[in-house]
Write a protein of this length. Structure first.
Ligand code: SF4
Length: 479
């Protein structure tokens, strides 16, 4: 579990948590920051602290609740809840939109509870259903149907039952696998944590599916939602997932290379009239390979990342991002001096990190800077677990390509088209969530909030917090 969680630290760097089950009791360890390196002397201490042979773990970056250290540690998963002899522990990836409605329901049942973020609510909602006398599939189905948002959930119960389920749109990844001797079963967001343990992947959970585990080491699959409409996050392909993870039998890096080849086809004149391609490390590396293959341009590895500055710029807080990217990326000046440069980048969200890279390139003497961006222009917020949750923070919500180029200092910004992005993933268009680039949200409440806030935003309203939390507050509910 430790190595698996470290392999997935890119999915959240603000805090980490482990929980194990042994003879009816839960044991947990939680802390801020990245999953730590363990010295040999500490390993025995951890074994003592976390006994048992069932466990769940989680890394988090905040998309719900406050961002100070105390709130982050309170929101660190796995969460636990207990009532009327039913006890559960939950680890969840995603984000819930109808938090206000859930909060009312949960506090009606448990008036003493203070829920600081959506993972608390998911845990307590599941507990309410489980203790109501429903069977496990009935309780999970009722929970699934009551939540608007994205949720891939792992759960251990006080009697040692271990199961996982995915929201009816399957927005976030979650796969199942086993150890070579078949004695250990595992669920994981990405396949990299199976690889690092030498485990084999069995299957990706379907949208609306519950998977239970049996004591003799088997998975049992229960499709709880009839004809679910899949909406897998397209941003996982462009940015979020690790390049060496497998989705639908293909490595993410292969798809990112295809993105690069697509950009050359879409912008042939720029590709013909440039001298080198350079990547914003590291999510720009695979598209740069694709650009190199399709155009013949040299992939000049003249932008280097500091190996020990590990945070991903995208998931940093606003005040941390600018300085981190400045310290993290080094441009080898003589390699770009006087050159017309194509820079491959996974996405432009706020534009601030891209601007730093372009400033550095200009200082080094780059004659032209063309941005090849694999994820199309982000025009709307995400409600499902990626913290781009207001219109105001998105440069693409109010600016077109030309304006963005001017703001960030590029000669041209070239986005991959939505059609080519979809084709490269191998998915059907209707099976992907692309809400942040199309404005069409797979869940009804997210659509309603996005539309309402867009109208207010365009009329001059200044968003102060995430949209789903603004709506909650305006309806009189304080987090
Ligand atoms: S809105 Fe964008 S980032 Fe969020 S789940 Fe959909 S595709 Fe992914």
């Amino acid at each position: 579990m430790y190595w698996g969680l470290r392999a997935e630290n890119h999915r959240g760097h603000q805090s980490h948590g482990f929980l194990t089950y042994n003879e009816g009791k839960f044991y947990s360890y939680k802390n801020l920051d990245l999953v730590p390196k363990l010295k040999t002397s500490v390993i025995q201490e951890w074994f003592g602290r976390l006994p048992g042979n069932i466990g769940i773990a989680n890394v988090r970056y905040t998309t719900s609740g406050k961002c100070d250290d105390q709130s982050i540690i309170q929101g660190t998963q796995p969460m636990t809840a207990e009532a009327d002899g039913v006890k559960i522990a939950v680890s969840f990836n995603g984000n819930i939109v109808n938090t206000q409605q859930l909060l009312q329901e949960v506090t009606k049942e448990f008036p003493e509870i203070k829920c600081g973020c959506d993972s608390d609510l998911v845990c307590n909602k599941l507990l309410i259903e489980l203790k109501s006398g429903k069977t496990l599939p009935e309780a999970v189905k009722a929970t699934m149907l009551s939540l608007d948002g994205a949720f891939s959930v792992l759960c251990i119960m006080g009697n040692g039952e271990f199961f996982a389920f995915k929201d009816p749109h399957g927005i976030k990844p979650l796969c199942a696998g086993h150890s070579p001797d078949g004695k250990t079963l595992v669920f994981s967001s990405e396949t990299v944590s199976l690889d690092i343990n030498g485990f084999e992947r069995d299957f990706e959970l379907e949208p609306g599916e519950l998977v239970t585990t049996t004591k003799d080491g088997h998975f049992e699959r229960h499709q709880l939602i009839e004809k679910p409409q899949k909406a897998f996050c397209a941003f996982e392909y462009a940015y979020f997932a690790r390049p060496d993870s497998l989705f639908d039998g293909r490595y993410v890096y292969e798809i990112r290379e295809e993105f690069g080849r697509n950009l050359v086809k879409e912008y042939p004149e720029i590709s013909k009239n440039s001298d080198i391609v350079l990547s914003v490390p590291e999510t720009g590396d695979d598209p740069a390979m694709g650009v190199h293959e399709a155009s013949g341009l040299r992939w000049e590895r003249a932008s280097r990342r500091h190996r020990y500055v590990t945070e991903r710029a995208f998931i940093l807080l606003n005040n941390e991002r600018y300085s981190t990217i400045d310290r993290k990326v080094n441009i080898l000046g003589s390699k770009v001096d006087g050159k017309r440069v194509i820079v491959t980048e996974d996405s432009i969200v706020r534009g601030d990190t891209t601007k730093v890279i372009i400033e550095k390139l200009r200082k080094s003497g780059a004659e032209k800077v063309y941005m090849f961006v694999t994820f199309p222009r982000i025009i709307g917020p995400c409600f499902y677990g990626i913290d781009m949750s207001t219109y105001g923070q998105l440069i693409g919500s109010t600016h077109n390509e030309e304006e963005i180029a001017k703001i960030i200092g590029a000669d041209q910004v070239c986005y991959q088209s939505i059609e080519n992005l979809v084709k490269a993933t191998g998915c059907k268009k209707e099976d992907l969530c692309m809400a942040c680039i199309t404005g069409k949200y797979p869940t009804p409440l997210a659509q309603e909030f996005a539309d309402k806030m867009k109208t207010r935003f365009l009329a001059g309203y200044q968003e102060k917090t995430r949209i789903y939390e603004t709506v909650s507050e305006s309806q009189g509910v304080q987090w």
